[in-house]
Design a protein around this ligand. Structure first.
Ligand code: NAD
Length: 359
């Protein structure tokens, strides 16, 4: 079966890293023996320029018909004053596809520990996933008001919204080390008290998964003092937004972290967590790892080829160990050189596999 992939290169460094991701995907398909089609569509600022909308109708139709969506990055100064900004297109697509779950894996292998701002003995071996609720909470809650002397927002969650994201976290934990940590502020917030209650109820359905809870302030501290204690972190939208950027930093560069956003059905969207990096766009030095890792996540989540994803991850680690890395990680490679190195290491991984198969 051929996987139908819609690609949305977007803006800034987006097209540069998308090209890198697609080169690795092509090499992986050729050596791993799977088929796909990749159909490119305008999105974000590129959508505004081509069709007058950050989420053009033809792009909307295409993503609905896809098996998976690969998005690079959107936004930039050229569209900052546009009435309909690129970022609005992203929010619309998330709502349109019902993408309520955002998963961000963070892994600091021994090879990458030296690139972290934290000491290697604290961070080496950290391997966790943040499961963030994406379509509820304070970013969407009504009422909200901005007055001259007073302003307020509303953090609101329904039981069904908490249940469905909790199930994603428990299912994810089952494929990992079997531990879910709910991060909330249940000592103060009513919404967090409901999260604790509902997550505790869902946990009963997963007796094989260990569940605990931590206040968000303590979790922020633990992420930098003892990141290895986490397996799956389950949290609501606002806390997840903040903690996932903190988590990204401990790997050494924003330019290395992928994410998956998914709904109850339909295509999942795979994308780097960073933006379009206008400060380095066009210089050929963007780190391609976040996009290549997004391709790897897609192979796990939507193509059913975790075996090939493992090889891509190993190839990325090998390139990092060999110092074949872009300036954000302290190297001197261009985007193309870093991608070439990963493709070379990927071939080695495949030939190792073929060798193992013969024994
Ligand atoms: N999902 C998205 O597409 C998304 C997410 C965040 C921001 N944005 C948009 O991106 C634009 C720029 O935002 P920003 O500058 O605040 O955040 P950013 O993530 O684009 O950049 C932050 C810093 O990280 C660096 N960086 C990011 N990705 C990198 C990579 N792959 N390789 C090397 N360095 C990398 C940048 O050079 C910059 O110094 C804005 O228009 C913003 O709205 C889009």
């Amino acid at each position: 079966m051929s996987t139908r992939i819609v690609t949305l290169p977007g803006d800034g460094i987006g097209p540069e890293i998308m090209e890198a991701g697609l080169r690795v995907l092509a090499a992986a398909a050729q050596q791993g023996g799977f088929e796909y089609s990749a159909d490119e569509h305008p999105f974000g600022g590129a959508g505004i320029d081509a069709c007058g909308s950050p989420y053009p109708e033809a792009t909307r139709v295409a993503v609905h018909e896809a098996d998976a969506v690969l998005l690079a990055a959107i936004g930039g100064p050229a569209w900052d004053d546009a009435p309909d900004r690129p970022e609005a297109g992203l929010l619309r697509m998330r709502q349109d596809l019902g993408l309520f779950a955002n998963l961000r894996p963070t892994r600091v292998t021994a090879a990458r520990a030296g690139r972290s701002p934290l000491r290697p003995e604290i961070v080496a071996g950290a391997d966790f996933v943040i499961v963030r609720e994406l379509t509820g909470g304070i970013y969407f809650g009504q009422p909200r008001r901005l007055g001259d002397d007073e302003a307020f927002d509303t953090m609101r969650y329904r039981r069904d919204e908490i249940e469905r994201i909790a199930r994603v976290a428990f299912e994810t934990a089952r494929t990992r080390r079997g531990r879910v940590t709910l991060v909330d502020k249940a000592n103060v917030l009513a919404s967090s008290k409901l999260w604790r209650r509902v997550v505790g109820e869902v946990a009963v359905e997963y007796p094989d998964v260990h569940q605990d809870a931590m206040y968000v302030d303590a979790a922020a501290m633990k992420l930098v003092s003892d990141p290895r204690r986490f397996d799956v972190i389950l949290t609501e939208n606002l806390f997840g937004d903040i903690l996932s950027d903190e988590a990204a930093e401990i790997t050494g560069s924003l330019g290395t972290i992928p994410s998956q956003s998914r709904g109850a059905s339909g295509p999942a969207v795979y994308e780097p967590i960073h933006g379009s990096a206008p400060d380095i766009a066009g210089q050929g030095i963007a780190d391609p790892i976040s996009m290549i890792a997004s391709v790897s996540l897609m192979l796990r989540g939507s193509v059913g080829r975790a075996d090939v994803a493992d090889r891509i991850d190993a190839a990325v680690d090998a390139a990092v160990s060999a110092g074949e890395i872009t300036p954000d990680l302290g190297g001197t490679a261009t985007t193309t050189e870093a991608t070439d190195a990963i493709i070379r290491h990927l071939s080695t991984e495949f030939s190792k596999g073929a060798h193992d198969d013969q024994h």
